[in-house]
Design a binder for this molecule. Structure first.
Ligand SMILES: Nc1ncnc2c1ncn2[C@@H]1O[C@H](COP(=O)(O)OP(=O)(O)O)[C@@H](O)[C@H]1O
Ligand SMILES: [Mg+2]
Length: 314
């Protein structure tokens, strides 16, 4: 298989005048958990539908597992699993009967089907309850069953559209753990959409951020965080106005009094700028540096500033 599970080139989809997905060029490496992030209406679900060949692009193209979404949708659907907004389970049937049914639809031979159902339900902690009608289950259990269903035919790529939406915090955390374990155990690529940034930060090796159909950023959560200006807090004594001016001029940084007490400063470093030379400069100029603390920038803050910057740009 190619190095990329998904490759899109200028992929676009309009609904009348609305550009739901606009000029999306993206590569998703095989074998990772990839997060596709964006606020409601950003175009996440539309992108998944395009990638599964459920909706034709209005421009551009995409290759999923090497297959062209425009002409090879059947091959794509045979090699991919998906959990979309509606789980599509038969509520009156038991969990085991649901999987039995979907396993037959997927034409899995009997022995293989039964072994696979047992393995997945056991992995997800649902085996003991396989005989219960799904209608009696919690939303978290139903989501797990829907994921088992999507994995039945051993897909290479799994699409999950907001899998933890509507779950309480405990069920969501349990589902996330299962996802990480399954991804590793099955060696598959997972393409997961979410508007929950801390979820993406915990789960995903790489993320893309979209808004109004446009890609704003892509990379590891760590790399995206590093692109942001992370304020550094300094506690100093003996910092004179002259040295302060020198510091600003030499490093081109913004230094503001942080208001906690005398000698507390917040320095806004540029991307990739290190704090060590600033500290050395201060020490050389007779300033005592008592504390240096770099503020943690969460993916959530990165996301919000990306979205805001983008608004200003328009
Ligand atoms: N079938 C459709 N017809 C018209 N507009 C649509 C259709 N599907 C999605 N949209 C619009 O496209 C935009 C992106 O929707 P969607 O992909 O569902 O966003 P997300 O999943 O990120 O919340 C929204 O403005 C939505 O209203
Ligand atoms: Mg959606």
């Amino acid at each position: 298989m190619s190095q990329y599970a998904i490759r899109t080139e200028h992929l676009s989809r309009a609904f009348g005048a609305l550009r739901a997905v606009e000029d999306l060029t993206l590569e998703v490496p095989a074998g990772i958990l990839f997060g596709f992030l964006g606020p409601n209406g950003a175009g996440k679900t539309t992108t998944i539908r395009l990638l599964l060949g459920l909706l034709p692009p209005t421009a551009g193209t995409a290759f999923v597992l090497g297959y062209d979404v425009r002409t090879q949708a059947n091959a794509i659907r045979a090699r991919c699993g998906a959990l979309l907004e509606h789980a599509g389970l038969y509520e009156r049937l038991s969990a085991a009967d649901n999987l039995e049914f979907f396993g037959r639809v997927a034409r899995l031979p009997r022995d293989e089907r039964q072994a696979r159902i047992r393995q997945l339900l056991t992995d997800l902690g649902l085996w003991e309850r396989r005989g219960e009608p799904v209608v009696t289950w919690s939303r978290g259990m139903k989501q797990k069953l829907a994921i088992a269903r999507a994995l039945l035919h051993r897909p290479d790529l799994l699409f999950l559209d907001e899998p933890t939406a509507g779950l309480d915090a405990v069920s969501a955390a349990a589902l996330r753990e299962d996802l990480v374990r399954l991804a590793r155990q099955e060696g598959i690529t997972i393409f997961l959409t979410t508007h929950n940034l801390s979820e993406a930060e915990r789960l995903c090796q790489q993320v893309a951020v979209i808004r109004e159909g446009r890609l704003l950023a892509v990379g590891s959560p760590e790399a995206l965080r590093r692109q942001r200006r992370a304020p550094v807090h300094l506690v100093t004594s003996g910092l004179t106005p002259a040295v302060l001016e020198g510091l600003r001029a030499t490093f081109g940084v913004e230094v503001i009094q942080s208001g906690e007490a005398d000698g507390h400063w917040a320095v806004n470093l540029g991307p990739q700028q290190s704090v060590a030379p600033l500290v050395a400069y201060l020490v050389q100029h007779g300033v005592a540096v008592e504390e240096v603390r770099r503020e943690h920038v969460s993916l959530e803050e990165v996301f919000l500033s990306l979205v805001q910057e983008n608004e200003h740009a328009e």
